[in-house]
Design a protein around this ligand. Structure first.
Ligand code: AVJ
Length: 320
């Protein structure tokens, strides 16, 4: 059974998402224009991301799914009986059921800031796993979350798949992992997926696919800004760019103006020169040693590490 939950998004009198507007107005005023990657995921953006996960070039999702499927019994053995799974994010329709079938937890607690998606996926899961208590928590997992009182004293297993940790620069990633440790408490474990450093051309292909789905995903952000914030950005004068940043060991996505452009947004005018970009996403990649350091630096001790035959992706089980 899935609990009801509550929707908390700050909108103004015209129905505009205030946090979205603030991030966009502030981000476009910076020297290197930048908009946080979390704003990709409106309905269309979420659909495009689902499409990305099925692309031949985008290896992370299918590799991590196979790791979860192949190592389910070992994960279950290490986790022990009577765990409660706390997922950071609403959960994927494929990976979450794999984990829940493998370890048969006492309860499943997805934490997400996007209430609508959270409630829908909670309902779907509750249907798939009759008898499993599903307790959605609408919250920002970047902060310490107060878990429902019934979870106090339970032994929790945090689940943070998809290499979402890669969206954060290392110092923020460490803040996030430490705050997860505070949220999950003393006997907690963490099951986390982290994408590996690999040949740069494979990384670039994964973030700039032949079909142009990733380009559409990136450009959808501009359509969203036009629609939701009443802007007039000439979307056809921008192109999708994926770059490898060696110093930061990350893929960056940008939206590049192909000619000089002007547009207005919330009563402000902006101009960009040809070649200037809006930085829209970071996707940090780690070697196994760097990933282990990231976990240790956040107070998590790695217990087991799984990887695939191609050395593409890492799955760690760690303990608090
Ligand atoms: C869901 C954030 C992990 O960085 O690989 C996919 C998002 N961006 N293609 C990633 C994404 C472009 C994805 N994460």
């Amino acid at each position: 059974t899935a609990g009801a939950g509550l929707r908390i998004v700050d909108i103004d009198a015209e129905g505009v998402n205030i946090a979205f507007r603030e991030d966009v107005v502030k981000g476009l005023a910076e020297t290197q224009k930048a908009i946080p990657a979390r704003w990709f995921y409106d309905l269309r953006g979420s659909q495009l991301f689902e499409e990305i996960t099925r692309l031949p070039e985008y290896y992370p999702t299918r590799t991590e799914t196979a790791l979860l499927r192949d190592n389910g019994p070992e994960i279950a053995k290490m986790a022990g009986p009577d765990r409660t799974v706390v997922e950071l994010g609403s959960g994927s329709s494929v990976k979450t059921p794999l984990l829940l079938s493998a370890i048969a937890p006492r309860a499943y607690v997805p934490i997400d800031i996007s209430g609508e998606f959270l409630r829908q996926s909670s309902r779907d899961l509750a249907e798939k796993f009759p008898g499993l208590p599903v307790i959605p928590v609408e919250a920002d997992f970047m902060r310490k979350v107060d878990l429902p009182p019934r979870l106090i004293g339970e032994s929790l297993l945090g689940f943070f798949p998809g290499s979402t940790i890669g969206n954060f620069v290392p110092h923020t990633a460490i803040d996030l992992l430490r705050s997860m440790r505070n949220t999950l408490g003393r006997n907690a474990q963490l099951l986390i997926g982290i994408d590996r450093i690999k040949q740069v051309d494979r990384l670039l292909d994964a973030y700039d696919d032949a079909e142009g789905v990733t380009a559409a995903f990136n450009l959808n952000l501009l359509h969203r800004i036009n629609r939701e914030l009443g802007a007039d950005i000439p979307v056809d004068q921008f192109r999708h760019v994926a770059r490898w940043n060696e110093g930061w060991s990350r893929i960056e996505m940008h939206l590049e103006a192909v000619k000089d452009v002007r547009f207005s947004l919330c009563g402000r005018s902006f101009s960009m020169r040809a070649g200037e970009t809006i930085h829209t996403e970071n996707s940090h990649k780690y070697s196994p040693r760097q990933a282990i350091l990231l976990l240790h630096a956040s107070g998590w001790s790695p217990l087991v590490r799984w990887t695939d035959d191609q050395d593409d992706f890492l799955l760690f089980l760690a303990e608090a």
